[in-house]
Design a binder for this molecule. Structure first.
Ligand SMILES: [Cu+2]
Length: 154
């Protein structure tokens, strides 16, 4: 009697099993996607629009004016160089290399021009959305290299 009853309820029980299996699979996929997303290098948080760096005896304020940067467009990088006394450093030669972190999709190199005493400006073009590393070389200043990260979006 009871066995017969459980047999009759077999169909809805099977559907419940199927529903919970689908749910289990869905949650599993969600967890795996989340882990993969967290492992992606592009999910490392990028630096803010303005970063402050010290180099030799001076200080550098590195401002990416439109932030996050736009992919395949010129983004203004404005750098302010001051010496230990806080005076502008004039006549410096600054080159920046942009490269995507964890990818080999291509680098972008550009030079900066001095627009005011100690203020240098140039246009950087990220090639893809995601996390980029910018390496600044201060030519002549022992060719010191300063790096920061930046985010690029469409
Ligand atoms: Cu890339």
């Amino acid at each position: 009697m009871t066995e017969e009853g459980s047999l009759e309820k077999d169909a809805p029980a099977g559907r419940r099993g199927w529903v919970s299996w689908t749910l289990f699979l869905g949650i599993g996929i969600a967890i795996v996607s989340l882990v993969l997303l967290m492992l992606r290098p592009s999910s490392i948080s990028a630096d803010a629009a303005i970063t402050i760096h010290s180099y030799n005896n001076g200080q550098l304020e590195w401002h990416i004016v439109d932030y996050p940067a736009t992919v395949l467009a010129g983004n203004t990088f404005q750098l302010k160089l001051t010496d230990a006394a806080g005076a502008p450093v004039e006549g410096a030669q600054l080159d920046i290399k942009l490269e995507m972190i964890g990818m080999v999709c291509g680098d972008f190199d550009f030079s900066l021009g001095e627009t005011a005493p100690g203020i240098y400006s140039g246009e950087g073009v990220p090639l893809m959305p995601g996390l980029w590393k910018a390496s600044l070389t201060i030519i002549g200043d022992g060719d010191s290299v300063i790096t920061r990260t930046l985010k690029a979006v469409y």
